[in-house]
Design a protein around this ligand. Structure first.
Ligand code: AGP
Length: 610
């Protein structure tokens, strides 16, 4: 959500800023802008809409300079427009800044600043920060920042250029990510790692209210009172190409095709596949004693991460026989929940920066509850703040629609449940060994599914005009249906719903009419016959029925117009295969409809505000 970049050094800042903004475009935006010191003045260029609009302006009116900041804005306060685009400045023209986050007390601050003579030009909360800084600025940028941030409520990541000190970029953040790094030609700042990877792999994540001052020769860090502090670097070993589209038309397809590798990389962190596959016990946060004290697990996430949590719930219940609840972070954080002793809170997040998930994490920490993150980004807020982190190794995920991150989250949750089950004696060594040896075959099976995607593309080419699609299943398949429905609606804008197959008859079946597409997911043998009956109930009411099955299921074909089957696998492992056709289906439906697959309307990759 919004993207910030900044550069100061020996090179021309403008192309670096534009490239960085392009890399961060996946976060979602509706306007963009830059401010560059050209040696005499700070020049601002901004425009509503796509980055190409800003680029066209820069082609007509080039800006050259060695220090600058840039921003892609996803509107929260004030419509997407030229006036509301960042950067914003103060009335006295002492500074310009870009901002991510939401200033919650902006109305109060704005009234106070208007009384003091500030002339506001935009509807944004961001301009309040620029005007506030302008009011408290007396020639010392660091002092102005430390004074101003004391008055701000809400979340912010700020990159600021002061006219008196125009070759330095001042940055500060709270509850909104920022990462800085020093490349061979200068210092860089960005909202997310991919924008820095072309310049450096050694990056520093900014902590809350910490200040970074970027100059052409280095980066200095200060605490919220302006006292110098030391901060280390984190080495990022993501492949640079992993954040690029390569020969693929869309990141989403590239990331689906990366799933066999992402799955294998993640599994190999937690499982030794030499000879007899075995869990690497020391990669999990529990000692034998420790694991026995876990009385209840609560899994928290948003969107796809929550859906991964729903599968995690099934795994913990089945393998470790522990009571589990999975909950949406935005609901959980305001639920007045009372934690119990022995409870463990799992936080699932690809980005590690989702505002609601961070809030849930902090609630648990305040209550003294043990927190375990399942996270893809080293150094992110959730990875830093959780007591323990089980990393996923999906690599950078650029498409807004989560695909490989979901798969790797489910992988980690499955293996963690198995580890707890082994310690607690609810999974035998034999069962674990058998599951793990089947797990070793999953990447090849996934690959074969991806290689055969032409069939899914063909199906989508006939169905893309569907107005409503229902996904139904039971148990694990119901959890999978929820992710399948989210994927389809977010990238193709087709209304899609997931419904527990047995619940249809209690109301929703009234929506089924001639031609409604119903997708049944049937990967669990003991439930398949029941879901098949539900498919028959919708078929006879005119629905067009597609079934996705785990191997050959008898008697399914007669209830469906189409059956997709994947190679038979243990039922607990079926989600790793079943999700791929569902993701491909969503992708091809969106492509057929001409949707912006990687950046669906209204969505942002990283939801850093409530
Ligand atoms: C799904 O495709 C979305 N990208 C979205 O639901 C996402 O999973 C959610 O916003 C949570 O993000 P996180 O994993 O980075 O916390």
């Amino acid at each position: 959500m919004c993207g910030i970049v900044g550069y100061t050094g020996r090179d021309n800042a403008t192309p670096i800023l534009m490239e960085g903004l392009d890399t961060l475009a996946y976060r979602g935006y509706d306007s963009a802008g830059i401010a560059v010191w050209n040696g005499e003045d700070i020049v601002m260029k901004k425009e509503k809409g796509q980055l190409s609009n800003l680029k066209a302006i820069l082609d007509r009116e080039p800006v050259t300079g060695s220090c600058g900041i840039g921003h892609t804005r996803w509107a929260t306060h004030g419509e997407p427009s030229y006036i509301n685009s960042h950067p914003h400045g103060d009335t006295k023209k002492q500074l310009v800044l870009v901002h991510n986050g939401i200033i919650e007390n902006y109305v109060r601050l704005k009234n106070m600043l208007v009384e003091r003579g500030c002339k506001f030009v935009s509807d944004t909360d961001t301009e309040v920060v620029a005007q506030l800084l302008g009011e408290v600025y007396e020639g010392d940028p660091l002092a102005a920042i430390t004074n101003a941030i004391r008055l701000l409520e809400g979340s912010f990541a700020l990159a600021i250029l002061f006219r008196d000190d125009p070759t330095r970029i001042y940055c500060v953040c709270k509850d909104s990510p920022m990462v800085v790094g020093f490349g061979k030609d200068g210092a860089h700042i960005a909202s997310d790692i991919p924008a820095l990877l072309s310049y450096t792999r050694d990056v520093t994540f900014m902590g809350d209210k910490q200040i970074a001052v970027l100059s052409p020769v280095g980066i200095a860090f200060y605490d919220e009172f302006g006292t110098p502090i030391d901060k280390g670097c984190t080495h990022i070993d993501w492949d640079l190409d992993a954040a690029k589209k390569g020969s693929y038309e869309h990141y989403m397809m590239k990331e689906i095709c990366e799933e066999p590798v992402a799955f294998r990389k993640t599994a190999e962190q937690y499982v030794s596949f030499r000879e007899q596959p075995k869990l690497k016990a020391d990669c999990f946060p529990w000692s034998d004693e420790d694991a026995k004290t876990v009385k209840r697990i609560r899994i928290i996430g948003c969107g796809t991460a929550y859906h991964a949590g729903l599968l995690g719930k099934k795994y913990f219940q089945e393998l470790a026989k522990i009571p589990v609840e999975a909950e949406i972070a935005s609901e959980f954080r305001y639920s007045d929940y009372v934690f119990e002793e022995g409870e463990v809170l799992f936080l699932i997040s690809q980005s590690g920066e989702t505002a609601d998930t961070i809030a849930a994490l902090r609630m648990a920490k305040q209550a003294g509850i043990r927190t375990v993150a399942v996270c893809n980004v080293i150094g992110s807020t959730i990875a830093r703040e959780a007591d323990e982190v089980l990393f996923t190794f999906a690599g950078p995920e650029i498409a807004v629609a989560a695909t490989k991150s979901y798969l790797t989250q489910v992988t980690v949750l499955f293996l963690t449940a198995m580890r707890l089950g082994l310690i607690r004696g609810t999974v035998s060594e034999e069962r674990a060994a058998s599951l793990l040896s089947e797990l070793a075959d999953i990447p090849q099976k996934m690959q074969r599914l991806i290689d055969e995607r032409g069939e899914i593309q063909y199906f989508a080419s006939r169905e893309f005009s569907a107005r409503h699609v229902f996904f139904i299943g039971r148990g694990i398949d119901n959890a999978l249906s929820m992710e399948a429905a989210l994927k389809l609606k977010e990238v193709s804008y087709i209304h899609s719903e997931a419904y527990a197959a047995g619940e249809l008859k209690h109301g929703t079946i009234a929506l089924i009419e001639e031609g409604t597409l119903v997708v049944g997911i049937l990967t669990q043998r003991k439930l398949a016959a029941k879901t098949a009956s539900n498919l028959e109930e919708v078929r006879v009411r005119g629905a067009n029925v597609l079934a996705l099955t785990n191997g050959e299921l008898p008697d399914i074909a007669s209830h469906c117009s189409k059956v997709w089957k994947f190679e038979e696998t243990n039922e607990l492992l079926a989600p790793f295969l079943a999700i791929i056709p569902m993701q491909l289906f969503a992708y091809y439906m969106a492509v057929q409809k001409g949707c912006n697959v990687d950046k669906p309307r209204n969505l942002a990759k990283s939801v850093t505000v409530e």
